[in-house]
Design a protein around this ligand. Sequence first.
Ligand SMILES: [Zn+2]
Length: 479
Amino acid sequence: MPFTPDEIADCVLEAFGKLPNKAKPRPTENGRREWVPLAGIVATRKGKVLGCLSLATGMKCLPHVHMPKCQGKILHDCHAEVLAIRAFNHLLLQSVSALIDELNRNGTIRGNSVLLACRTENTVNSLHPQPFAIQDDIELHMYCSEAPCGDASMELTMDSQHDATPWAAPESSEEPPLALNGRGHFSQLGVVRRKPGRADAPPTHSKSCTDKLAMKQCTSLLSAQTFIFISPRNAYLKSIVLPVSQINNKSMTRAFSASGRMAPILTPLDHFKPSGFSFRPFTIMPTKREFQHSRRVAPADEKLVPSNLCAVRAGKLDELIVNGSIQGFKKGDIRSVSRLSRHKMKCAAIEAAFWYVGDDDSRPRCPDLFLTKDSWKTYRKFKKDDAFKLRRKLKDQVKDKALKGWIVNDGDDDWPQEEEEEEEANPDNGDDEKYEDDYDHEDDRRNAAFDTEFAGDSDDLVFMKKSVPTKVEDVEGFL
Ligand SMILES: [Zn+2]
């Protein structure tokens, strides 16, 4: 008997239940209850639920104007779905590192990890060069406690009594209405939307979760960092499980399916099949389960407060994130940098690539996959490396034919990669206050020193390393 959608939901809800209380919404000082969306990725094998691979809560997003200040160290998009996918990629990188470690120690990999298998020499080629793949009998599912923001939830938003007001921010007349802002322009359906923000704050350039999930039906769940090592072939979502009340069939069909706005991409994607890519639409499955911190658990007359806390768990990774950084550390302190940030994920990928290739590039498999040293100098160069050429081309096709109006959230791409091993160790000497004031993201020497210090430590260090204040200063403009 195959698993049910309720089992997928239960798997994520139970994993959330095991988080410490400080990771969960709690009453505000004036006694009002908080709500937050929850998302998680679950693996199944042969009809049985294997477990929750990653989960995240969150609903905040950084305005585009703040991108240049991030330097790869602040998360831009903290919606639960996006964080859960980033955390899943972090878990995959950990698995890759463990397999490579075994390869280097024993000269061979004797078995597979729980999730990954080594691809055989005769299936690896220049178009499909990754050494690892998610095992053939594993299927991936996502549970979300709320309908994804953007096109898939437009009708729900319109129908909702206490959430029906269109966001007041007028669309700028200077800006062509390519990616529509948040919940404005109800009349336009099937379009790419940016994440909603406060009406009085600058806009975000982060695409809605609907649009990001629609894109992942083409590119797979893999990020650029994991795509270096893992074939996209088995890395697609099989289903998304949502509470019954969060499913509007018309919206879901329009937003995600081959009979909706994704239709024009079907034929073009055929050309990418030799590389492990294809259009893999997920099914939407209803569950009767409700998340205890959803906004629907309160009586209609109780106004809930959105939580600004994100909890993330995946394998050994445990983080509490506020305003895109680890809670409890000051802005500019490297300990505030999430392991899901561009900076840390790129560091982890580079480290694994070094281990895999060795000193002399002598390992023969998939030599084209590993990036040239020059491409590690900045994040922009990393993303532009030839290793991602096909993936970029595929994304361009999807944007051109199906997700028209997709805008790039640029401005946080040109930070340099620190040569961490060349930095002197410079442990915390207690002058965080001073550092916070001068933090300009130009001189990353101190940050690199912290990275060196923490590189070999357990992930547990990140989780509540020191006592966490109940109130964390808001980063200006973080919505
Ligand atoms: Zn969202």
